[in-house]
Design a protein around this ligand. Structure first.
Ligand code: SAH
Length: 377
């Protein structure tokens, strides 16, 4: 009997995708097959280090095991539907997920390192007033497979002649609030740090949050990666407006949680992010107030020029204003950096990541197209 395209699509979809399984989860899976734990590390290396997803090529597994795996599970990546490169080397990928939704991931090369900005949700529920992702509303959490899949794809697409891994740092600063998808994000970050997978140290994995206190507490115990906190205002009145979650977790409590976070991590500093909005949060008085607010937290401060998008209602502070703001903070002893905007012409900057929501009808359309051309891409 010949399989139709729909049959193939359905049978692939029914295989459990193990792309997001960390070592522990894979060991449990192999134990359930009566296999030894070291199978997990063998498979981790094939998939995450070699980019081999086809079990028949995993030559250190027995033939029987390979066949069994192929009948039960898969290692599947999101599909690349757009790949843009900016003049400064920044790359942005639009990725289609199995349910037809799409997300974006951005690679930013710098001297001696390559940073991948990873999305954690389709859309975002937090409604920060200056962020393009917020305008989409919230659709769903990404699975750990979809989160780690962004890193796997980037390493695969950016192969270097010296075989060094192109992505040396990951920042969870793409679409979504990672703390609201805690379990999947933590599982994905464990894989990022796993020696048999990507081997990134906890300093090279950064989670950016708008400040969800209970999850910050959990993270410091369970997976203490570097933490960035999106502050954007020196007082509750303004922050309530810019970052509405502030009404639930106001600034003083947030600062306390930040201090607690760094206690578990000697030499570790919180990175505060502060988007510079002309005439909103960029005055000298606000700079002095900010220095007082964050002065008791071991921290550094990143000033981010606002990246405009249609209908935002904001504009960025001028570079002169940003640098003056920086000087005030530096004089007060706060290590402050003005962040360069990267990937401008491809809308790859902070807060500009959009992706697209589609429903299953789009997928049906695509499958029909596939049937017509007889190819599966
Ligand atoms: N939800 C998380 C992570 C995603 S946003 C968080 O809030 O931290 C990543 C960073 O980009 C945050 O600091 C966010 O405030 C900032 N950002 C959002 N929109 C922006 C814009 N239009 N211009 C500049 N930075 C923006």
């Amino acid at each position: 009997m010949e399989l139709s395209v729909t049959d193939i699509a359905t049978s692939q979809a029914s295989l459990e995708n193990l792309m997001g399984h960390d070592r522990l989860a894979l060991e449990e899976y192999f134990a359930s097959l009566g296999e030894k734990p070291f199978r997990a590390t063998q498979v981790l290396k094939w998939v995450h280090q070699q980019g081999v997803y086809d079990f028949s090529e995993m030559t250190n597994l027995s033939k029987n095991l390979r066949l069994k795996l192929a009948s039960q599970v898969s290692f599947t990546l999101p599909e690349i539907i757009n790949d843009q490169a900016s003049e400064d080397g920044t790359r942005k990928w639009l990725l289609r997920l199995e349910d037809g939704n799409s997300i974006e991931a951005v690679f930013i090369p710098e001297a001696g390192r390559g940073t991948l900005c990873v999305s954690s949700q389709v859309g975002c529920a937090l409604n920060c007033s200056f962020c393009a992702t917020a305008r989409q509303g919230f659709n769903r959490n990404l699975t750990s497979a979809e989160i780690v899949g962004q890193l796997r794809l980037a390493n695969q697409l950016l192969v270097r002649p010296d075989n060094e891994r192109p992505v040396t740092n990951v920042v969870m600063m793409g679409m979504g609030e990672p703390m609201l998808n805690y379990d999947n994000v933590v599982q994905a970050m464990r894989l990022m740090q796993e020696d048999f997978a990507y081997g990134l140290s906890k300093r090279r994995v950064t989670l950016s949050t708008s400040g969800l206190l209970p999850e910050m507490q959990r993270l410091s115990k369970e997976c203490p990666v570097s933490l960035a906190v999106s502050l954007h205002a020196p007082d509750d009145e303004l922050r309530n407006e810019l970052v509405p979650i502030n009404r639930k977790y106001p600034i003083q409590e947030l600062m306390h949680a930040c201090r607690e976070y760094t206690k578990g991590l000697p030499h570790q500093k919180i990175t505060f992010e502060y988007v510079m909005l002309a005439g909103v949060n960029d005055s000298d008085a606000q700079a002095r107030k900010l220095a007082k607010v964050i002065g008791n937290v071991p921290c550094k401060l990143n000033l981010i020029p606002f990246n405009p998008f249609k209908g935002s209602g904001y504009s960025s502070s001028s570079l002169t204003r940003i640098n003056h703001f920086r000087d005030i903070l530096m004089q007060k002893g706060i290590m402050t950096v003005t962040r360069k905007t990267r990937g401008d012409e491809i809308d790859a900057a902070c807060g500009q990541l959009a992706g697209k929501f589609t429903d299953r009808t789009r997928r049906t359309e695509r499958l029909q197209q596939v049937t017509l051309t007889g190819e599966i891409h």
